[in-house]
Design a binder for this molecule. Structure first.
Ligand code: 0X9
Ligand code: ZN
Length: 415
């Protein structure tokens, strides 16, 4: 009996423990030639154990790769054989996790304080939305637009719910580990609802619909079990999860989207196989013709990206989209000096098909669709430490607001 209880405890510990990252290193790799860029691209596609935190096809734009201990020798040997210059950016990820935890956030004094200094959990985020809807009804409303695989409610907040304005749809957190994205969406909500007078210029003729956490199962999993989890959590073959941003039904399963269920960029068993991507599909189709701007928040890299992600060709209307993205980049640059790179995702980053931005432009007829890759974290990586959330979200909001303003000024000319 005692033995059985002991086994149960061991099993429970294994099931609930966080994934250890002892000895995992992050390498920064310089790509100087086309051949070197090709080599890295091939590695990314072929070795699911290597986690490319950052990879751009542009020469001189360094790649950042997290490598588990058992792969490090062969990874380094491959780099040396191919004449790469590289350095170790993070020597042991586990230590940075400890450093993060040591920087424990202080006790929040209000909801706003909490948003600025903590990565809120999904239930707290939904509670914040529900509270706003109660306080500010009928201007503010909260709808459940779907349910995640594990049963979490996918809630949008609508700001100016009592008017029929053109819509800006903002989402965040399709990739679980990019916590700064939901934090930024929450700050946008806070500004638009609780500081409406200061933001009147982007509220006078626009209705905002915001989904702050697209992938709550993955988000919670990245808090509880594996800090670098990216995908959804629905089992797929012998592995778990689909990359939501490869799961949309537009050139689904083509370039840059893996058919291997264990890959971090798994496209899914079929287009829209995930309840989370279905929810975005349904809400954007419901607002077809009314939604004028779809902005999807990711991290990291300081990019403002627009379609196409499936080809290096540009959409016919790319100049209009570019104008909006440039307005965001310029506003941020003027305010803080931070420089964003603007362009089509295939041309400035890499080709990846099945993305929500491409689908929204082509199928849901949203005239302006942009992916904002927010800045990276303090130690390099996806998220700033909690202490730096405030600075990050405030800077990003300047760019989001400038893009919204540009769209609101264009409403007569875009359709
Ligand atoms: O690869 C992605 O899904 C995005 N980058 S991330 O590092 N956050 O994963 C970029 C998506 C750009 N859009 C398309 N490729 N459609
Ligand atoms: Zn992402």
């Amino acid at each position: 009996m005692i033995a059985r209880i002991a086994i149960l405890f061991v099993l429970l510990a294994v099931v609930t423990a966080s994934k250890p990252y002892k000895g995992y290193k992050v390498y920064e790799v310089q790509q100087k030639t086309r051949d070197q860029a090709e080599f890295l691209h091939h590695l990314e596609q072929s070795n699911e154990n290597l986690d490319f935190w950052h990879l751009s096809k542009h020469l001189d734009n360094n790649a950042q790769v997290m490598v588990p201990p058992h792969e490090q020798r062969s990874f380094v040997a491959g780099l040396m054989r191919n004449g790469f210059q590289f350095n170790v950016l993070i020597d042991d990820i586990e230590n940075t996790n400890d450093e993060y935890e040591a920087l424990a956030p202080r006790k929040p004094t209000s909801a706003e304080d909490s948003i600025l200094h903590n990565y809120l959990r999904h239930s707290d985020i939904n509670q914040y939305l529900d509270g706003l809807a109660e306080r500010y009804s009928p201007k503010i409303s909260v709808e459940q637009i779907g349910t995640s695989h594990e049963g979490r409610p996918l809630k949008t907040i609508t700001i100016n719910a009592d008017s029929q304005n053109p819509i800006i749809f903002l989402d965040a957190g399709i990739h679980a580990r990019e916590w700064i994205a939901p934090a930024t969406a929450l700050y946008a909500i806070n500004q638009l609802v609780e500081h409406a007078t200061e933001n009147a210029d982007v509220l006078s003729n626009i209705t905002w619909v915001i989904l702050p956490v697209v992938n709550p199962d993955g988000y919670e999993y990245s808090h509880e079990h594996d800090r670098f989890w990216r995908k959804t959590r629905k089992p797929a073959g012998k592995c778990i999860g689909t990359d939501g941003n490869r799961n949309f039904d537009f050139h689904w399963g083509e370039i840059g989207a893996s058919s291997n269920a264990c890959s971090d960029t798994y496209r899914g068993d079929a287009a829209f196989s995930e309840p989370e991507t279905q929810a975005i599909r349904d809400v954007l189709l419901k607002f077809k013709n009314r939604c004028k701007f779809y902005l999807s928040l990711h991290s990291y890299g300081k990019y403002l990206l627009y379609p196409w992600g499936w080809t290096s060709d540009l959409p016919e209307t790319w100049q209009t989209i570019d104008e909006v993205a440039q307005a965001g980049a310029n506003a941020i640059n003027e305010a803080t000096g931070t420089k964003y790179t603007v362009g089509s995702s295939t041309n400035v980053l890499y080709a990846a098909s099945g993305g929500s931005d491409d689908w929204a432009l082509d199928v849901a007829d949203v005239p302006i669709t942009i992916v904002m890759e927010l800045p990276s974290g303090g130690f390099g990586g996806f998220n700033p430490p909690a202490q730096a959330i405030e600075e990050s979200v405030k800077e990003s909001w300047i760019g989001i607001k400038a893009m919204a303003l540009k769209v609101s000024q264009m409403l007569n000319t875009i359709d």
